[in-house]
Design a binder for this molecule. Structure first.
Ligand SMILES: [Zn+2]
Length: 416
């Protein structure tokens, strides 16, 4: 295996942080000047290897080291950050991918190695996450983003144009991606949650990204005077919603198995008429359910519907559901999961597996090529803030495990 230098990756990450952060954190907001600075820094690093950055129609940056075969292993993540973001979210995967290129630059690897920096993964400015990777995946609906504006009133279409991207041509990136004979997509990312920390493990194998069922549930009873309406005669919509919320927690616990936890969250409660002396007549709650397996997610949704009907019956109110958004689970490729587990185990002696609650660019690649992710330990589970961190020794271990995965995958793709 060519020599890897995890310390060099960490030094590069610190250099990028110094260039693109304020005391409040990383400021690489997509399509803005600091993001462009980050990309210029990245292009200069790539030029040192005698390679060049090519931009697709959606603003995603690709660097290709041609191998003996056009079969391609893609590595990468995203350089953009949320405002006041962490120093590792996104750029860890890009800079570790740069080290993978460095390890092979000047040679002809058995297969082609391509590094990608996806544009606007965060959606922090215009509200659409995975913008660049969804264009490349062909799943982006242009009309759904056409009217988006940022808080200053700048239109997405104009921000894109400022960066040489034409909104109506963004989906051309899909044809461009399909021209790559992609056999694997490998993404390293900080976990952004507390699981690896709770296991005291530096790094872990990501099983896939959660599917999501997101609904609003509206209970309708009858508002009434709280002083004169006896409790058994009430149609209290809030109590129905409260009963439902408690049942949702039980549904989440019931469907969680070790290594395949699920989550159910009631995050919004709108109760009317909001008067201290009135029985609540309507109460609407949100329910966000996530699971890694489609059958489990479907069972959770069925259980929640049954629970809502029970809650409505018990409280003498009506219930209606309204879907906000859903996405299928995106489980990662079994062969790459095995390689990832081998790489993590060789570096740390153990290979914890965990699902990803947040979506990542890798989720957009799942329908198009075998994909897998590796996670790095997140101190205190914090991310999207300046406190985000992976302690030095854990960071080094994770980077080494990831670079091992890249080389294992190159060998595997060469012979399959
Ligand atoms: Zn990220």
């Amino acid at each position: 295996m060519p020599t890897m230098n995890a310390q060099r990756v960490i030094a590069d990450l610190r250099e990028l942080a110094a260039l693109t952060s304020t005391p409040d954190g990383a400021q690489r907001l997509a399509w803005g000047p600091v993001w462009r600075d980050a990309r210029a820094w990245f292009a200069a690093k790539v030029a040192e290897l005698g390679l060049e950055v090519k931009t697709d129609s959606a603003g995603n940056n690709f660097v290709t080291l041609a191998g003996a075969s056009p079969k391609t292993v893609i590595v990468g993540s995203h350089l953009d950050s949320v405002p006041n973001g962490g120093w590792l979210d996104g750029c860890l995967g890009v800079v570790a991918g740069l080290e993978a290129l460095r390890m092979h630059a000047g040679t002809t690897p058995p297969v082609t190695l391509t590094l990608v920096d996806w544009a606007d993964e965060e959606g922090a400015r215009f509200g659409r996450s995975l913008l660049g990777s969804s264009a490349a995946a062909g799943s982006l609906k242009i009309d759904e983003v056409r009217e988006l504006k940022d808080r200053q009133g700048t239109r997405l279409v104009d921000a894109l144009a400022e960066n040489g991207v034409a909104l109506d041509r963004m989906l051309d990136a899909h044809g461009e991606l399909k021209r790559i004979d992609a056999r694997a997509y490998l993404e390293l990312h900080i976990e952004q949650g507390p699981v690896l920390e709770s296991l005291q493990k530096a790094t872990g194998v990501v099983l896939g990204t959660f599917g999501v069922e997101r609904n609003m549930i509206r209970f309708t009873g009858q508002a009434a005077h709280s002083g004169s309406t006896p409790i058994p005669m009430r149609k209290d919509a809030f109590l129905a919603a409260a009963q439902m919320a408690l049942e949702c927690r039980e549904i989440g616990l019931k469907h969680s198995t070790p290594g395949a936890g699920v989550v159910c969250t009631v995050g919004v409660v709108n109760v009317e008429p909001k008067i201290v002396t009135a029985v609540p007549g309507t109460c609407e709650i949100s329910l966000d359910q996530r699971a890694l397996h489609a059958d489990v997610l479907a069972a959770m949704l069925r259980d929640a519907k049954a629970a809502s009907e029970r809650a409505a019956r018990d409280n003498n109110v009506k219930v209606e559901w309204r879907e906000l958004w859903r996405i299928n689970p995106r489980p990662f490729d079994p062969a790459l999961l095995r390689l990832c587990a081998d790489a993590v185990r060789e570096e740390t002696g153990d290979a914890p597996h965990l699902p990803s609650g947040p979506l990542h660019d890798a989720a957009e690649m799942v329908p198009h090529m075998p994909a897998v992710m590796m996670f790095a330990y997140s101190s205190n589970g914090l991310s999207h803030c300046k406190e985000e961190d992976t302690p030095g020794p854990h960071l080094e271990t994770t980077i080494r495990a990831y670079l091992r995965l890249v080389d294992k995958t190159i060998e595997y793709v060469a012979v399959t």
